[in-house]
Ligand binder design. Structure first.
Ligand SMILES: Nc1ncnc2c1ncn2[C@@H]1O[C@H](COP(=O)(O)OP(=O)(O)OP(=O)(O)O)[C@@H](O)[C@H]1O
Ligand SMILES: [Mg+2]
Length: 202
C-alpha cells in the first residue's frame, strides 16, 4: 500500500458554499474526535456514549469505528504495520470529510503509531478543522482482564499475531488534548470531560 498520489489529470472543483457559510446554515461546526488506545481500553464504548449524548443534544455526530470500518471500506486491510498505516490514512481522510460536512466525526481506532496519528492531525490542521486526540488509557493488565472480545486470550496463545500491547507496539500520545484513565473514571464522566472540552469549538 502506498499513500503517494498516483492520480493524474485531476483538478479540484470548488463548491458554491464556503465552510463558514455551511456552518451558519447548519448551525453546527464540524470537528474530529480521535480516540486512540489499546484494545479494550474503551474507545468504542465511550465513542458510542458520546455519539448518543451529542445526537440527543441536537448535534449531528457520526462514529467511524475500527472494527465496523474493517467490514466495509477497509475490508482489504490486515494488521501488518503497512496495513495499519493505510487503515489510519483512510480514516483520517474520511473523518476530515465528515468534519468538513459540519458533522462531529468520532473515530475509534487503536491507531498505535504516533506518526500516523500525527499525519491525521496535520491533514485536519491543513484544512483548519479541529482535531481532538483522546487517549483512552488503561494498563494492559486491566485491558487483558476486560478482554470483551477474547482477543487478548488469542494473542497470548499465539492464535492472533501482531496484537497491540502484546506482540505489536503501542506508541502512547505525548500531548493528547484529552487523557482519560478508563479504569479510574466512568463512561459518563468520560463523555462529560469530552463534551466540556469541545464547547469551545461551538
Ligand atoms: N470507564 C470505562 N470506559 C470504557 N469502557 C469501560 C469502562 N469501564 C469498563 N469498561 C468496559 O471495557 C470494555 C471496553 O471495550 P471496547 O470495545 O469499548 O474497547 P475498544 O477500545 O473499542 O477496543 P478495540 O480496539 O478492540 O475495538 C467494555 O467491555 C466496557 O464495558
Ligand atoms: Mg472498538
Amino acid at each position: 500500500m502506498t499513500s503517494a498520489s498516483t492520480a493524474t489529470n485531476i483538478t479540484w472543483h470548488d463548491g458554491h458554499v464556503t465552510p463558514k457559510e455551511r456552518a451558519q446554515l447548519l448551525k453546527q461546526k464540524g470537528l474530529t474526535i480521535w480516540f486512540t488506545g489499546l484494545s479494550a481500553s474503551g474507545k468504542s464504548t465511550i465513542a458510542s456514549a458520546l455519539e448518543q449524548h451529542l445526537l440527543h443534544k441536537g448535534v449531528n455526530a457520526y462514529r467511524l469505528d475500527g472494527d465496523n470500518i474493517r467490514f466495509g471500506l477497509n475490508k482489504n486491510l490486515g494488521f501488518s504495520p503497512e496495513d495499519r498505516t493505510e487503515n489510519i490514512r483512510r480514516i483520517a481522510e474520511v473523518s476530515k470529510l465528515f468534519a468538513d460536512s459540519a458533522t462531529v466525526a468520532i473515530t475509534s481506532f487503536i491507531s498505535p503509531y504516533r506518526a500516523d496519528r500525527d499525519s491525521a492531525r496535520k491533514l485536519h490542521a491543513d484544512a483548519s478543522i479541529p482535531f481532538i486526540e483522546v487517549y483512552a488509557d488503561v494498563p494492559v493488565s486491566v485491558a487483558e482482564e476486560r478482554d470483551p472480545k477474547g482477543l487478548y486470550k488469542k494473542a497470548r496463545t499465539g492464535e492472533i499475531k501482531e496484537f497491540t500491547g502484546i506482540s505489536a507496539p503501542y506508541e502512547a500520545p505525548e500531548n493528547p488534548e484529552i487523557h482519560i484513565r478508563t479504569d479510574l473514571v466512568s463512561i459518563a464522566e468520560a463523555v462529560q470531560q469530552i463534551t466540556a472540552f469541545i464547547e469551545k469549538f461551538k
